[in-house]
Ligand binder design. Structure first.
Ligand SMILES: C[S@@+](CC[C@H](N)C(=O)[O-])C[C@H]1O[C@@H](n2cnc3c(N)ncnc32)[C@H](O)[C@@H]1O
Length: 280
């Protein structure tokens, strides 16, 4: 295992996270004894733009029912459940953080999705899967933790079948400028490996992918956080509890992480970027 990985897994590991998610959903009026995958959308999509971003990315992939899809860095399983539910894909998620793998499996069980999703612990840079075992793959907001983009791309190319689509949605660096920590993916600079779209593209091409599409989503990201701030301010003004949101999976310092990320987005230093790749 690369030496940075244990620290990164500790960064994400939040004690009692599943109980907190269930309590927040119960508070917001969800029927937690009969959860549907859509009840979890506000909290289990751990990337900028939430389920709307997943839908926009996956909608470009041409997936069909029965597609064997790999979700690299699957978190607590929101994107995997979304694709299983909305496309009928058979989804495997792999994630470094054991507690996320356990929560993802448990949330799939609670939402009746255990048959269409499975989650395994492991590294994106050394995946325990056979060559050419998946039709397509996605990765959402994980590459920022991966020091080796060529390694990511060659692992993705290895496990995909020829012609397989790999959809990337990562926060990338658009220009020079200092980052302030903590950020949602890193407590400090030792865990952050944000790269440029050019770095991703050249690693992808070297691994045998061709680039089908690329789309920076900086304005979308800024709007997403502005809407989040408005919801929080409205709840505060009413004296009510804020609605459950992705801050839940970011732990106690969620507000600082989001403020630091928002500053980098508004400064044009970082932006989430979609990159659609096809093998061969
Ligand atoms: C910001 S979260 C995104 C989770 C999920 N993709 C989503 O969008 O909801 C980043 C995830 O990457 C995982 N991760 C970080 N480094 C990894 C690695 N080397 N291999 C696999 N997963 C990794 C973390 O454990 C975490 O679950």
């Amino acid at each position: 295992m690369a030496t940075v990985e244990p620290g990164i897994a500790r960064h994400y590991d939040i004690s009692g996270l599943e109980e907190r998610i269930i309590a927040a959903l119960a508070d917001s009026g969800a029927d937690v004894a009969n959860l549907r995958a859509s009840d979890l959308e506000a909290v289990d999509e751990f990337h900028i733009g939430g389920v709307a971003a997943t839908k926009a990315l996956v909608g470009q992939m041409g997936l069909k029912p029965g597609t064997m899809l790999l979700d690299i860095g699957s978190g607590v399983g929101g994107p995997a459940r979304f694709v299983a539910n909305n496309v009928g894909a058979d989804v495997t998620g792999i994630d470094l953080t054991q507690s996320y793998v356990d929560i993802a499996a448990s949330l799939s069980e609670r939402t009746g999705m255990a048959g269409k999703t499975r989650f395994v612990q492991g590294s994106a840079l050394d995946m325990p899967f056979a060559d050419a075992s998946y039709d397509a793959a996605i990765i959402l907001h994980v590459g920022m933790n991966l020091p080796d983009k060529p390694g990511l791309m060659s692992e993705a190319a290895r496990v995909l079948r020829p012609g397989g689509v790999f959809a990337v949605y990562d926060v990338m660096r658009l220009k020079d400028g200092a980052l302030t920590y903590p950020l949602p993916w890193a407590s400090d600079e030792t865990m952050s490996f944000v790269a440029t779209p050019d770095d991703y593209r050249s690693a992808a091409v070297a691994a045998g992918f061709s680039v089908i599409a690329e789309r920076p989503r900086g304005a979308f990201a800024i709007e997403f956080f502005a809407a989040m701030r408005e919801r929080l301010a409205a709840a505060q003004a009413e004296g009510s509890k804020p609605p459950p949101g992705v801050g839940l999976v970011m732990g106690e310092d969620a507000r600082t992480k989001i403020a630091n990320l928002t500053a980098a987005l508004e400064g044009g230093i970082l932006a989430p970027v979609e990159l659609l790749l096809r093998l061969g």
